[in-house]
Design a protein around this ligand. Structure first.
Ligand code: PLP
Length: 397
């Protein structure tokens, strides 16, 4: 396959002015990837700052309640900052420093990638500017406060719908104007080549660790590896460890919101079709004439109208399967993990847990479902309470 292409997906659909900085980035990344010193420093920071490796936890009480396959959690919620995103921002900040860039920029929707970028900017002593739709700035006040506390500047964007896609346009504009000294940190496996491959590589620590830990702890690989998919970085990181193991089913769980049929969801593969967004060809939520649609999910972090191009390819080839989980199912899974395991999961991750809860009872007791617990849920408690106040009770497990 041509570099940066995943079947018909991926590529570099960008303004001519960005060809030079993207080529520079690609060359710098290829060079860093092959440099043992770069890899060693990345691993050292993941160990001493993030606290890796993250453990595998057997969800014993949940498994006993369901009867059937064992559910095992990969605990990315235990990372510093409480999610997987920091694995990637550390990698990109290291690369920025190596390229002599002085300034980090990012766009963010729910604010989680903004916080992860502001965190590494402080760690590396670099100024950081984050573009965020004005609507999101209002909705995600705690994350805006975190970014400011970490020393970042947050720019509220009033244009368009004042959400993620408008912030993305502004970040790209900044990069075009300032690419000499500025590194654009993308938070998921999206964007033009080399971002999808680079972010996948930085997140592949999840799958590489999990594969080894499965063999050490359980003496076998999982039967299924399950992860939620927003842009797709935690899922691609997990899948990367098992792509060459045909016996491991790969399952991506999209945000079904109020149900695919309602149109109010964020399921780009299950409910979208191919188009171009953010510099690459992939599945998108769009109108008949190609306007990007607003997304909806109870979980702000899954609210991205596209998906990484490698997922689009894995979906078309059947190597991975993609399913929607709706808000009510995710909230029920959130409750179940709290009550049965003493773990408050992110609402994003709760979508993956919900799919495991659906599947486990239909499988034999020696089967293992490995679920990526992409983040912790402290940030979501108000959302869960507000959602419950507005909806009929979800049945307790
Ligand atoms: C941002 C986020 C996601 C979604 O992003 P991906 O790129 O699809 O992984 C999932 N879980 C958590 C906890 C997040 O913060």
């Amino acid at each position: 396959m041509k570099k940066g292409h995943y079947g018909p997906y991926g590529g570099q659909y960008i303004a001519e002015t960005l060809m030079t900085p993207l080529r520079e980035l690609e060359a710098a990344y290829e060079d860093a990837k092959a440099d043992p010193a770069f890899q060693a420093e990345f691993r050292e920071i993941l160990r001493d700052y993030v606290g890796r490796e993250s453990p595998l936890t057997f969800a014993r009480r949940l498994t006993e309640r369901l009867g059937g396959a064992r559910i095992v959690l990969k605990r990315e919620d235990l990372n510093h900052t409480g999610a997987h995103k920091v694995n990637n921002t550390i990698g990109q900040a290291l690369l920025a420093r190596r390229m002599g860039k002085k300034r980090l920029i990012a766009e963010t929707g729910a604010g989680m990638h903004g916080v992860a970028t502001a965190t590494v900017a402080a760690l590396f002593g670099m100024p950081c500017e984050v573009y965020m739709g004005a609507t999101d700035v209002a909705r995600q006040a705690p994350n805006v406060a975190r970014m400011k506390m970490l020393g970042a500047t947050v720019h509220p964007i009033e244009e368009g719908g004042a959400t993620l896609k408008d912030a993305m346009n502004e970040a790209i504009r900044d990069w075009i104007a300032n690419c000499d000294d500025t590194f654009y940190v993308i938070g998921t496996v999206a964007g033009p080549h080399p971002y999808p491959a680079m972010v996948r590589d930085f997140q592949s620590v999840i799958g590489t660790e999990a594969r080894r830990q499965m063999l050490e702890k359980f003496g076998k690989l999982p039967d299924q590896a399950i992860a939620c998919v927003g842009g797709g970085s935690n899922a691609m990181g997990l899948f990367a460890g098992f792509l060459d193991d045909p016996g491991v089913r790969l399952v991506g769980v999209e945000a079904g919101g109020k149900g695919i049929a309602t149109g109010e969801h964020a399921a780009s593969i299950c409910g979208g079709r191919p188009g171009v967004l953010h510099g690459s060809k992939t599945y998108l939520l769009q109108t008949d004439d190609g306007q990007i649609l607003d997304t909806y999910s109870v979980s702000a972090g899954l609210d991205y109208p596209g998906v990484g191009p490698e997922h689009a390819y894995l979906a078309d080839t059947g190597r991975a399967e993609y399913v929607p989980v709706d808000d009510a199912e995710a909230v029920a899974a959130f409750d179940a993990l709290c009550r049965y395991e003493g773990i408050i999961p992110a609402l994003e991750s709760s979508h993956a847990v919900a799919e495991a809860i659906k599947r486990a009872p239909h499988l034999p007791g020696d089967a293992i479902l490995l679920v990526n617990l992409s983040g912790r849920g402290d940030k979501d408690m108000d959302n869960v309470l507000a959602w419950k106040a507005a909806h009929p009770p979800v049945p307790a497990l």
